[in-house]
Design a protein around this ligand. Structure first.
Ligand SMILES: Nc1ncnc2c1ncn2[C@@H]1O[C@H](COP(=O)(O)OP(=O)(O)OP(=O)(O)O)[C@@H](O)[C@H]1O
Length: 877
């Protein structure tokens, strides 16, 4: 058993709030209120574990909670709670600043320092961060997770379902998570605090540890030592209690304020009950009355070590609030917890089962199935709750109506009785008094009747049967407004601060709302008021002043009375029915609750573990997928960029060309605009001319080769003719041998050159510039031919009388002599460069050996020439 340790932190006094009246004085562990003369005010002295003065930094405050934080690492649950009025420094204490880090940051650091020191155990730290805003639990780490529900299980105790937990293994990671959550908190400006927390926040670290040396996978004994330890460390920054008159809260702020005050009131009541030994004596502790107390249930009188830091503002104007805080702290000091190390054999067993199970898929399905069931139960339960609420509302409304009717019946009965006994009365009291009676409590009603009716009873004996009574209808505003203003009065909230020892008699939540909205009572009661008015109108008509015939009024009233009785009788079965329906719904709800709680305790853990596992796997897969996708995209982008660069270059080039063309065209247009059409025609003609020229060249080359070939053939023929005709007489005629030799030599040179030209022509033709080659070849052939001719002429000139030369070059003569067709192509005869040469008629006989030698040479060369010619002819041009 251990008491909750409580420390007080006094905020530095603000200059504007300095006053000369009563003041709080601090000395070591004691704080008291002294009057203006410096004397301690009776009953206003409090003692605590520690009281921190105004100059103390957060580091020292943290020392108060340090032990608790360290024991959380060892497996004890722990809760550090900052409590105090608005703007007293709770957030300053818990969060701190970069220069003066608060309790949360210092605790995070200590947890990891402590973990590092424990070498024989391995740790897993999970972090979550939630806020309770307007009595709804929101997840600060997953802003979409709103309105989370609280459940209970045997194994986990009270827990918030669906709350995100993030695994962290360093101070930096936890701080990052904390900061992420901080960004989602609800803050707002009030008259008291520029940055007021509008929600209670719970930063939670779940610390799980197990023995490092133990191989859990091979462990088959579930009762083995060194079980898994799981502890929870809650670091709680409560929203500040506030008076609306001071905080100036309106609209949304006032709604928040009402919720804040309500949950703090419940916290106060819970602490109050516990301080009186409530929980242990088996009396009811209303943990369920607020989300805050439900979540912190184990920290308040349960299995946890708890430290409370109460922050106070010592300024005189906050005396009531400070006193209230100190009273709360005094009560909290008396609450005892029973903390013990949380060793979870079941968890170990479950983990082993999950890890070793060959049916992980089945388990997953089972977990999903269970989760679905759980959700279904929850939905059903919520629906039933809603139905029950509606039914209860309807019942309240029905009861209210019945009460109203009863009151009216009663009033009417009174009227009937009074009317009967006052037959002789002359005057009835004003209707105003009568109406008030129906709305006032019974005693007031009777008083009012007493005030109103005696004049009737003690009235004139001569009162006739048909007496007219002046009934003036007054609105009920006076009495109603009075009640409303009483409810709305700030004093009632202030009594929370000034008289907070009577927490059980604190105003209900609705009253806090009334404080925010002064007319709420009026609006709440408007329905009843209107229905009363309607009833009145139905009974008395619309006129404000109306004469009443007592007899007829009496009979009318009794019949109405009967009607009401019948109506009531008729409503009775439906009432019974609806109340049985309500209890049936309540039964169903209880059953559902029971079913929820009956789910195997391991199920929740199983679900959570499995969900985490599945989420982790999914996350990894997602990350990998994301990475792969990014890589692919990157590659695509790179290649796209390259393509685009190339395209861009091409575009630039095209652009430049187009520009040049455009400039050119512009130029042409400018200079040759009238011949625009002609330009195209001319280009076409030029192109055709070029082709024609090439063809021409090719033709020229062809004809040159042809010529060379035929020249060779011709010469060969001549040689044959020489052979056939003249060699027979070679022995006898040697005189012209020299001449013939020369002629033959000249021819040989010519043919040789022609053959060379042909060869060169062939190689040029296969090169890339056929036109150039052909032109050059053409020239060469011409040149060679000319050289040949001139050489021949020279030779012929020297042997003018030789008959062989004539026959050589004059085919007609040769033909006439030989009688053979020697010129396959007669046209060549005219075109031949040697055709015009007159080589004389002198006949001479050549040297036989030489002749044969020449002939042989000629034939070889001619063959080559023929080869070149054929090859060229086969080439496509
Ligand atoms: N001990 C302190 N020393 C210096 N300044 C302080 C101290 N305590 C609080 N303050 C300052 O007072 C102001 C209000 O403090 P803080 O916001 O922590 O109050 P709170 O109790 O959390 O208020 P709320 O309940 O409205 O959120 C802040 O500006 C804070 O810096």
């Amino acid at each position: 058993m251990e008491r909750i340790s409580v420390a007080i932190r006094v905020k530095p006094t603000s200059r504007q709030e300095v006053s000369n009246g009563s003041q709080w004085k601090v000395a070591e562990k004691k704080i008291w209120l002294q009057n203006e003369f410096g004397a301690c005010i009776k009953g206003q002295s409090y003692t605590f574990d520690k009281i921190f003065g105004t100059s103390i930094r957060n580091g020292e405050i943290y020392e108060h909670a340090k032990d608790l934080v360290l024991s959380a690492v060892l497996g004890f649950n722990g809760t550090v709670l900052a409590y105090g009025q608005t703007s007293s420094g709770k957030t300053y204490t818990m969060q701190g600043s970069t220069s003066d880090p608060g309790v949360i940051r210092l605790a995070i650091q200590d947890v990891f320092i402590s973990i590092d020191k424990i070498e024989d155990r391995e740790f897993l730290v999970r972090v979550s961060y939630m806020e309770i805003y307007n009595e709804e639990i929101n997840d600060l780490l997953a802003p979409d997770n709103r309105k989370l529900q609280i459940y209970e299980s045997l194994e986990k105790g009270t827990f918030v379902a669906g709350l995100r937990e993030e695994i962290a293994d360093s101070v930096e990671q936890v701080i990052a998570v904390l900061e992420r959550g901080e960004a989602q908190r609800q803050f707002a400006e009030t008259d008291m605090n520029l940055n007021s927390s509008r929600s209670h926040t719970i930063f939670r670290m779940v610390i799980e540890s197990r023995d490092k040396s133990h191989d859990y996978r091979q462990d088959n004994d579930p009762t083995a030592q060194d079980a898994v330890r799981v502890s929870t460390l809650n670091l709680v920054d409560l929203a500040g209690s506030e008076r609306f008159s001071k905080s100036g809260a309106e609209g949304a702020r006032s709604k928040e304020g009402a919720h804040i005050n309500k949950s703090l009131t419940t916290l106060g009541i819970v602490i109050n009950k516990l301080s009186e030994g409530g929980g242990k004596q088996g009396s009811h502790v209303p943990y369920r009355d607020s989300r805050l107390t439900r979540i912190l249930q184990s920290a308040l009188g349960g299995n946890a070590r708890t430290a409370i830091i109460c922050t106070i503002n010592p300024d005189e104007i906050h005396i009531d609030e400070t006193r209230s805080t100190l009273q709360f702290a005094s009560r909290a000091k008396r609450v005892t917890n029973c903390a013990q190390v949380n060793e979870k054999e079941e968890i170990k067993e479950l983990r082993r089962r999950l890890e070793g199970s060959p049916h992980t898929e089945d388990l997953k399905k089972e977990v999903l199935h269970l989760r679905n069931d759980l959700l279904k139960y929850e939905l059903g339960r919520e629906r039933l709750e809603l139905e029950l609420q509606q039914e209860m509302k309807a019942q309240v409304e029905r009861e209210r109506r019945i009460k109203e009717q009863e009151q009216r019946i009663e009033s009417l009965s009174t009227l009937v009785i009074s009317g009967a006994g006052a037959i002789e009365d002359r005057e009835l009291p004003p209707k105003k008094g009568y109406r008030r009676q129906t709305w006032c409590p019974q005693s007031t009603t009777s008083n009012t009747i007493e005030q109103g009716l005696p004049s009737v009873n003690s009235g004139n004996d001569n009162f006739s049967e048909s007496v007219s009574i002046e009934v003036s209808l007054q609105p009920l505003a006076t009495s109603r407004n009075k009640t409303a203003s009483e409810s709305v009065d700030d004093d009632e909230v202030d009594s929370f601060w000034s008289n907070s020892s009577e927490l059980d008699s604190l105003p209900a939540f609705g009253d806090y709302q009334n404080i925010a909205d002064g007319d709420i009572w009026t609006s709440l009661n408007r329905g009843a008021e209107e229905s009363a008015d309607d009833a009145y109108e139905n009974t008395w008509g619309n006129a404000n002043v109306r004469p009443i015939n007592v007899d007829s009024e009496l009979s009318h009233t009794s019949s109405e009375f009967e009607n009401y009785r019948e109506f009531k009788q008729a409503r009775l079965p439906s009432l019974v029915n609806s109340s049985s329906q309500t209890s049936m719904l309540q039964d169903q709800l209880n059953k559902r609750n029971f079913q929820c709680e009956e789910l195997p305790p391991s199920t929740e853990f199983e679900i959570q573990e499995k969900t985490k596992e599945v989420i982790a796997t999914a996350n990894i897969a997602l990350l990998e997928e994301k990475l792969r996708f990014q890589k692919q995209e990157f590659k695509k982008i790179l290649s796209n960029m390259k393509d685009m660069e190339i395209e861009l270059k091409a575009c630039h080039l095209e652009n430049t060309q187009l520009r040049a063309k455009t400039v050119n065209l512009h130029e042409q247009l400018r200079t040759r605009a009238p011949l625009e059409q002609g330009v195209q025609d001319r280009a076409f003609v030029d192109e055709e001319n070029e082709i024609f020229k090439q063809n021409l060249c090719t033709l020229d080359m062809k004809s040159s080769l042809h010529l060379a070939n035929h020249l060779g053939n011709e010469l060969l023929q001549v040689l044959h003719s020489i052979e056939n005709r003249d060699l027979r007489s070679l022995d006898d005629h040697t005189a012209s041998e020299e001449t013939v030799g020369k002629s033959l030599k000249a021819l040989q040179v010519t043919l040789l050159e022609s053959a060379h030209v042909g060869l060169r022509l062939f190689s040029n033709l296969s090169s890339k510039e056929p036109s150039l080659a052909s032109t050059k070849s053409q020239q060469l052939i011409q040149e060679v031919a000319n050289i040949g001719v001139s050489t021949f002429q020279e030779n012929c000139g020297a042997t003018e009388k030789g008959g062989l030369e004539t026959s050589l070059m004059d085919p007609s003569k040769v033909e006439s002599k030989t009688g053979k067709e020697n010129y396959p192509n007669p046209s060549l005869k005219q075109n031949s460069p040697v055709s015009s040469v007159d080589i004389g008629n002198k006949r001479s006989l050549p040297d036989k050996k030489k002749f044969e030698k020449h002939k042989e040479f000629f034939e070889t060369e001619l063959k080559r020439l023929n080869f070149v010619y054929t090859a060229y002819s086969n080439t496509e041009h």
